[in-house]
Design a protein around this ligand. Structure first.
Ligand code: PEP
Ligand code: MN
Length: 338
């Protein structure tokens, strides 16, 4: 930590700060400039007391961290790109941009299996579908629960697609992990730390959506909970944040792609469906995501979006999805991806 003293701080007041730093278990290193004095506090913050409270001293101007607060997810911890291998052999974080596609909610066997077959034929490698749905209103469809998970397992058996589905509650961690190849942590739970720990402990890869109003540092720190609980398989997923804009459901922040790539070794996934909330914008957002270096896309697809039980306005049809996959091809080539 760096502690900056106010200009014209007396030696006596400086000594008070130095004494406190030593008391907390750190070694102070004093740097005297023309205008002001800066003190470096040397020591491991994980085992010593917090220095942040020094800001309450009247002679202290600010206290700043030198190191990043996230460690295991950071590029410093792992220089190369982490790759995540799923049960069906699919690798996320490699040259191939994986496409995870399927309905917002699992509704019925017919709906899920027809979607699974179609997205597989079009080139998707992971099937998405919510069995436990985090709905804004308690009066909206809440998901089929375990029945939905069983349908996802059936779709995996029939198509060979891996499964991603949302984990909503700690109580369901073991059950959902039994059926899923990737556990999705939704935007509303992105800082539900007990849920993150429970997800990490299942040992399944975890896809962590960015919270609705989450700063990137907070997102990286939430991801840190997964790695700190001995699960190395973390995927960050940008799904749009809440802004003043109402043309789109959320504002898809594509700047997170180069930022996550710079700060972390974990793959970055883009969900343009929750991001735009409009099916007509999905193709463009996918093209932009590929150009910017996304490792995977998470796209909502439904055989009949007009009759979907959730998020109908943003789901693409089976034909629309096949067309989208074709349109992305030249963009993958241009980006040096497959
Ligand atoms: C979803 O993927 O259907 C979903 C509810 O996602 P989010 O948590 O991003 O809103
Ligand atoms: Mn949805």
């Amino acid at each position: 930590m760096i502690i900056v003293l106010k200009p014209k701080t007396s030696k006596k007041d400086e000594a008070v700060v130095l004494k406190e730093i030593r008391k907390l278990g750190y070694r102070p290193h004093v740097m005297r400039g023309v205008e002001r004095t800066v003190i470096g506090a040397i020591g491991d913050e994980r085992t010593h007391g917090t220095l942040e409270t020094l800001v309450t001293f009247p002679q202290v101007e600010k206290v700043m961290p030198v190191q990043k607060r996230y460690k295991l997810v950071s590029r410093e911890a792992h220089k190369g790109n982490s790759t995540i291998r799923l049960g069906n052999g699919v690798v996320i974080g490699g040259k191939k941009v994986q496409v995870m596609a399927g309905p917002c909610s699992v509704e019925s066997e017919k709906q899920l299996l027809s979607t699974a077959e179609a997205v597989k034929a079009a080139g998707a490698t992971v099937l998405r579908g919510g069995a436990f749905k985090p709905r804004t209103s308690p009066y909206e469809f809440q998901g089929l629960g375990e029945k939905g998970l069983k349908l996802l397992a059936k779709a995996r058996r029939q198509t060979g697609l891996a499964i991603i589905t949302e984990l909503l509650s700690e109580d369901h961690a073991e059950m959902v992990a039994e059926y899923a190849d990737i556990l999705q942590i939704g935007t509303r739970n992105a800082q539900n730390f007990q849920l993150l720990i429970a997800a990490a402990k299942t040992g399944r890869p975890v896809l962590l959506k960015r919270g609705l109003s989450m700063k990137i540092e907070e997102w990286l720190l939430a991801g840190e909970y997964i790695l700190a609980n001995e699960n190395p398989n973390l995927l960050f997923c940008e799904r749009g944040i809440r802004t003043f804009e109402t043309y789109t459901r959320n504002t898809l922040d594509l700047s997170t792609i180069p930022i996550i790539k710079k700060e972390s070794h974990c793959p970055i996934v883009i969900d343009p469906s929750q991001g735009a909330g409009r099916s007509d914008l999905i193709v463009s957002m996918c093209k932009g995501s590929i150009a910017m270096g996304a490792d995977a896309l998470l796209i909502e697809v439904h055989p009949n979006p007009a009759e979907a039980w959730s998020d109908g306005q943003q789901q693409v049809t089976l034909e629309g999805f096949a067309q989208l996959m074709q349109e992305l091809k030249p963009f993958l080539v241009a980006a040096g991806r497959e």
